[in-house]
Design a protein around this ligand. Structure first.
Ligand SMILES: [Zn+2]
Length: 132
């Protein structure tokens, strides 16, 4: 006999080759085939970069709305310069500029949250758009 390993079809119980994609007896698709990442799950898998951007979108959106005056949402997105400009404006004007910066932050936070994950990724991760 060959060294090929065998398995049992979960549908009909027939003994079949472990690398079979389909049971030759009952025609059932085999679980190993379904679990093969390159074949079955490939299209369903979300790009890790977009998944990462989606979590940043939520964090930056909330920070922008609540703490926008200090540029917190900019730091979340890695836009250090823009964040420093907002924080400095707020602090150096003893909070007077903070009203303006806070409004900008709130608007930006809402824009972030209103974008789709893909759109957010394109605009703020790929294009690195700093304002609005
Ligand atoms: Zn079968």
């Amino acid at each position: 006999m060959s060294s090929q390993t065998m398995k049992y079809c979960p549908t009909c119980g027939a003994q079949i080759a472990s690398n079979s994609q389909m049971c030759p007896k009952c025609g059932a698709i085999q679980p190993t085939y379904l679990n093969e990442p390159s074949r079955a799950a490939g299209k369903l898998e979300v790009d890790p970069a977009i998944r990462d951007a989606a979590s940043k979108k939520l964090a930056a959106g909330i920070c922008g709305i609540l703490l926008g005056a200090f540029g917190t949402h900019k730091f979340v997105l890695g836009m250090t310069t823009a964040g420093i400009i907002m924080a400095a404006t707020t602090i150096l004007t003893c909070g007077i500029g903070g009203a303006v910066m806070g409004t900008i932050g709130m608007i930006e936070g809402i824009i972030y949250l209103s974008k789709s994950d893909d759109d957010f990724y394109e605009t703020y991760v790929v294009e690195k758009k700093s304002w609005f």
